[in-house]
Design a protein around this ligand. Structure first.
Ligand code: ITT
Length: 200
C-alpha cells in the first residue's frame, strides 16, 4: 500500500520509512507542508487531525504520528506539548538558542535538577486515515531521563532518554535497535498487524 506520511518532522519521517518499507508499504513524502493546528488534548486526537488534514489535501491513504515524552515527576509533561516544550509558560520559558530540540532538552534537564524520580516514557499514536474509515495503534517505550545528553542518533529527546534495560541513551543506539524498542516502532508494527487482520 502507498502511504502518505503527514509530518513536518524529518526525524520522524526517516524512522517511519525505515520501519514501514520492510513491511511492504511504499512511504510517500507530502509534496508540501501543511500548517495543522494540533488543538487536541490527546496524542490520538492530534494524530487524527493531522492525518485528516493531509488526506483532505492530497487524497492518498494518510498516516500521521503524534508522539512525545511523558515524565512521571512532571505530571505527564511535556506530553502533547513535547515539540514546543521550551516555549510553554509551564516550568518557565527557555530561550531558543540553537534548535527547538536543544532548547526542549535544556528545559527538561533544568526542571529535573535535584529530582530523584527520573522515570519517563515515550508514547506514539499512529493513525491511518482512508477517508471512509480509519485505524489507529499505540506504542510505548519506558525508561528514564539521564543527567546530561549523550549520543548523536535519532532526534528530539533521544540524547537524554535511557530505555529500560539499557546503559546507553536512545541517541547512542544504532537505528535498527531504536526501531526495535521504540514507541514508534511498536505503534507502527501494531498498526501493520491490525491492517493485516483486516485484509488491507
Ligand atoms: P509533526 O506534527 O509535523 O509530525 P512534530 O515534531 O511537531 O512533527 P509531534 O507534535 O508529534 O510532532 O511532537 C513530537 C515531539 O515529541 C518531537 O518533536 C520530539 O520532541 C518528541 N519525540 C517524539 N518522538 C521522539 C523520538 O523518537 N525521539 C525523541 N523525541 C521524540
Amino acid at each position: 500500500m502507498k502511504v502518505l506520511v503527514a509530518t513536518t518532522n524529518p526525524g520522524k519521517l526517516r524512522e517511519i520509512e525505515r520501519i514501514l518499507s520492510p513491511l511492504g508499504y511504499k512511504v510517500v513524502k507530502p509534496p508540501e507542508k501543511l500548517e495543522v493546528k494540533e488543538t487536541g488534548r490527546t496524542f490520538l486526537e492530534n494524530a487524527y487531525l493531522k492525518a485528516k488534514a493531509y488526506h483532505e489535501r492530497f487524497g492518498l491513504p494518510t498516516l500521521a504520528d503524534d508522539s512525545g515524552l511523558v515524565v512521571d515527576s512532571l505530571g505527564g509533561y511535556p506530553g502533547v506539548f513535547s515539540s514546543r516544550f521550551y516555549s510553554l509558560e509551564f516550568g518557565g520559558k527557555e530561550e531558543l538558542k540553537g534548535s527547538a530540540d536543544e532548547a526542549n532538552v535544556r528545559k527538561l534537564l533544568r526542571l529535573l535538577q535535584c529530582e530523584e524520580d527520573r522515570r519517563a516514557k515515550f508514547v506514539a499514536f499512529v493513525v491511518l486515515y482512508l477517508g471512509e474509515k480509519g485505524f489507529f495503534a499505540e506504542g510505548e517505550c519506558r525508561g528514564e531521563i539521564v543527567e546530561s545528553p549523550r549520543g548523536s542518533g535519532g532526534f528530539g529527546y533521544d540524547p537524554v532518554f535511557r530505555p529500560e534495560g539499557y546503559d546507553r541513551t536512545m541517541a547512542e543506539l544504532p537505528p535498527e535497535e531504536k526501531d526495535r524498542i521504540s514507541h514508534r516502532g511498536r505503534a507502527l508494527r501494531n498498526l501493520a498487524g491490525l491492517l493485516e487482520s483486516c485484509d488491507l
